[in-house]
Design a protein around this ligand. Structure first.
Ligand code: HEC
Length: 339
């Protein structure tokens, strides 16, 4: 079973009672991934991916062949490489609250990473996470974290979805950094960088779900987004039943998320983030990629159908006693899906 060691932002372990931990671990193999894999990969093996039933991958024979990059893992590294790589013990980003670098690990031994010129890049609160530099929608300042929407202070002016560089150029850039982007090659290895690159390039090229097929930016809406119209919530409900229910419970309240949220309330309020977790899994957790469709368009559709279904406040209520914090009638985020 996976070591449930690493934490995300808030009380990962705290929020996860032992019972649910066991439950989650127990239900992990029942993901809709087709027939049970013959070999259950060990914790750190490069899970040959939720992706298509790959052209009969290299079997046990032969020495280490380069595995196909795991783009779902790449997505989780994009979210939080430290958690996904289980580096919480060895690396702590230097605190943005103090002027002196006082973190742990990394090339300078103090929790800073260097920029492309080898100079320490201070942590101004981004914690060197790619999702803080480019947003959950990969669009940098053009996207949901940009000045027109969340106006996040750390977001960079680089839209990874309109980036025209080749995969090898992107991988080199990730490894070496630039004036504002850390040189991730100081803390990540070749496999990590190639998984990350696969995630970025496949999302850009539409082989994975593209965020604009799931939500559109709308400055007037709370959180700056609205779900795209035209989804099928009934199908989403069905998908929920055989994909999520084992772990999250029939009505999405089995696991407590973010300390106080159900799957319903979290999905109704921050779908611009939840889509990413459904698509790639949650860094450092037993939740892996949940959509195994073959094309990006189909994946986007499955994620959108799920999110539309989760806009039903009766079927997927708030945690007990927390109804008041749920979205209200007329809230624009769920659009016409809100029930
Ligand atoms: C293998 C079990 C498992 C499956 C299957 C699963 N999840 Fe999760 N999910 C988890 C665990 C464990 C967490 C982390 C709970 C915590 O933070 O303590 C989680 C967290 C989440 C979160 C919160 C992410 C965050 O940022 O905190 C959302 C949203 C979510 N799941 C939605 C879904 C949806 C929708 C599905 C189905 C498409 C699904 N999950 C399938 C186990 C699972």
């Amino acid at each position: 079973m996976l070591a449930l060691q690493s934490r995300r932002r808030t009380g990962w372990l705290a929020g996860l009672a032992l019972g649910s931990a066991l439950g989650a671990a127990h239900c992990a193999p029942s993901q809709r991934a087709g027939p049970p894999a013959a070999v259950v990969p060990a914790v750190s093996s490069p899970a040959p991916a939720a992706s298509a039933p790959a052209a009969s991958g290299p079997a046990a024979s032969g020495p280490a062949q380069a595995a196909e990059p795991d783009d779902a893992r790449g997505g989780r590294l994009y979210d939080n490489w430290r958690t996904e790589r289980r580096l919480s013990q060895s690396f702590a980003a230097d605190s943005p609250k103090t002027p002196e670098p006082d973190g742990k690990g990394g090339p300078n031994g103090n929790g800073t990473l260097n920029d492309g010129a080898g100079r320490p890049l201070q942590n101004t609160g981004h914690d060197y996470r790619l999702k803080n530099l480019f947003g959950w929608d990969l669009r940098g300042a053009d996207g949901v974290d940009g000045p027109a929407y969340h106006d996040e202070p750390h977001v960079l002016r680089r839209n990874l979805l309109t980036d025209t560089r080749s995969a090898s150029e992107i991988q080199r850039w990730l490894a070496e950094g630039d004036a504002r982007t850390p040189a991730y090659g100081q803390v990540l290895d070749e496999r990590d960088l190639s998984d990350l690159t696969a995630f970025l390039v496949k999302t850009r090229d539409g082989e994975l779900a593209r965020p604009e097929h799931i939500f559109r930016l709308e400055a007037a809406a709370p959180e700056g987004y609205e779900l795209v119209a035209g989804a099928d919530p009934a199908r989403g409900r069905e998908l929920y039943g055989y994909t999520c229910e084992d772990c999250h419970g029939k009505d999405g309240r089995e696991l407590t998320l973010d300390g106080m949220q159900s799957v319903g309330t979290l999905s109704r309020s921050v779908a611009y983030e939840v889509w990413f977790k459904i698509q790639n899994g949650l860094a450092g957790s037993p939740m892996k990629r949940q959509v195994l469709e073959k094309t990006g368009a189909e994946s986007a559709r499955a994620v959108l159908d799920l999110l539309a279904a989760l806009c039903d406040r009766k079927a997927f209520p708030a945690l007990r006693g927390r109804d008041a914090e749920d979205v209200k009638d007329g809230d624009a985020r769920c659009g016409a899906y809100l029930k």
